[in-house]
Design a protein around this ligand. Sequence first.
Ligand code: DGL
Length: 301
Amino acid sequence: MPTPHHNLTIGVFDSGFGGLTVLHDLLPLISYANYIYLGDTARLPYGSKSRATIVRYALSSARFLLAQGADLLVIACNTATALALEEIRADLPIPVIGVIQPGAQAAANTTNPPKNRVPHLRDSLTVAKVGEPPQISTEPPHVIVLATTATIQSHAYAQALKALGLEATEKACPLLVPLVEEGWTNHPVTAEVLRIYLSEALATTPHATTLLLGCTHYPLIRPLIQSTLETLGHPLQIIDSAYATAQATAALITTQLPNLPQSPHPTQTFYATDSVEKFQRLGSSFLGQPLNQVHLIDLGG
Ligand code: DGL
């Protein structure tokens, strides 16, 4: 429970460094909060593990941030959100927000077909016959979701998008996280892997309008994703959930924690379950600024 002098403290959790892309968008939007970030780097990746293991890891990470004084938890990990959001909400006595609902909502907010794309018969806006007004199709906009294997197998994104009236094609991209972790964000191997994944997804969904990046690591290769889509002749609208999650977090603070004092001297404290040096080195590229105050902790296996 917060002490009388306790200032708003936001816990942010990811399986590793990727959630720093969410923190990157939280910091300017909610600049008056203290942040505690946990990267469960010793147990990363979550995306290739079973539901039971992901729930166990995610719960212990969430409980750690609660014990450090978090008033609100942001699960900045798509896989943990997809597999463990309900369990964490049931376990923690504080508001908990994940990245999937805000990401799906962001995709729903941008349903216009992208410019410069060769029209497809199933596009929402079909070509009118001479003398007739343009026909608006009743077909729902179609989103391609790229994510880890565990996220895709959970169908959490497809369900969230369906609830908003959008169809989804889900594509597991298990090779992308290790490539980004390796720092190969603009590397020919990553470009070729992306070309294969995107070609396969587009082959089944040539009428897609939007590409949803359903993994924390993918914003780091967004320029490569964009150029690959252009090369393939499908410059889809690209959405990631980081900014939408930051906005949803700000709204949640207004409605559920309106009376917590803002921090006069906001702090950022980082915890990692594996090498502090690696967390600082890789994490700074995710956050876009140097990481000070990284502490090593042991959450067990
Ligand atoms: N943070 C994970 C996600 O957003 C990617 C890394 C992992 O597999 O643990 O799905």
